[in-house]
Design a protein. Sequence first.
Lengths: 101, 277
Amino acid sequence: VTRRIGPASVVGRRPGIHVVPIDREAVLLDEQNQKLHRLNETAHLVLDQLTGADSLGEIARRLAAATGASTRQVTADVMTLVQQLIEEGVVELVADESASS
Amino acid sequence: VPRITVGALGVAVDVHVEGSGEIFDALHRLLVDLEGTAPPNPPRGRITVEKVADGYCVTSQGRTTAPIQGWAAVADAVQRRLNRLVIYGSDHLVLHSAGVTSNGIGVLLPAASRSGKSTLAAALVRAGFDYLSDEAVGVGRSSVRLKPYPKPISLRPGSWGLFPGLIEHTSSESSGRESPALVPASSIRPDAVGGACQPSVIVLPSYAPDAQANLEALHRAEALMELTTHTVRFDEQPREALDLLADVVRRCECYRLTYSSLEEAVKCTHGVMETPA
């Protein structure tokens, strides 16, 4: 069962994911599953923020402030992207602040 | 037993020829671009060509072929075994790629087997580029320089018409019309073999009948993903291989080339050399 994420979710990179930045994009090596992923500039930017420290809502607010885009739109985009990255096994849910509060 | 020592990518191979001075001389002429490049104390491989009642047997790594008839088929068998010894015996990171160089600028042309990269390499050499390989190019693990494997260029019968003078000369020695013609780059131009060089351009060539020549710039990340699929034994040390490939790609301008006309493909490659990274 895939757990849905929300703005209170905290997500971090899974162990064994090797990130190779190239220009503003990145190529990821999933050593455990022997798979390669290509991240475009936006996905790379978001992945860099997924350190397991801040919630997705905080990350989205920060990115919105940096880019001038609306927080609502950035939050939706971040959720979609992070959900994809979870399904591909690149990142994992570390904590859900809404569940603990 | 008469012996020819050849080498590339840090590997030396002794080719022994038993019972046929004619085959020895022909192999000597064929492998001329690989002679004198064997490092002094490298891992050594061995290939033996032996005359038997109904042809020639070729032995390497404990395996012996059934008798082979005809010079072209013998040459092809030797070349295949040489490829295996060099490519899989090398300590370099090895790319399944053609490669050429000009004024120290290295061009990688990675592509799958039978995709036309040998034909393109031959045309580029004829146009004045120096030859690295039509099959495998090494990458120095510390230097990040491209290392040549200047094996004879392997031209399949379908491309012979594109090189009339050259193939007439080579096929006069051939009896097996099914086998590719193997052409030393130095028979195209005497000084055609290039040396180690910096990677500067990556062109992913793709032959498509009737296509207009089209050169499309690639994101380096896309080129890196492509290079991983053309890397020998990538899965054995994927992290190290990926890091080294990224070092190569960061030094390069990257393109995808679709073509049907060899002349246009050469022109496009000349064009990208004018604006390297």
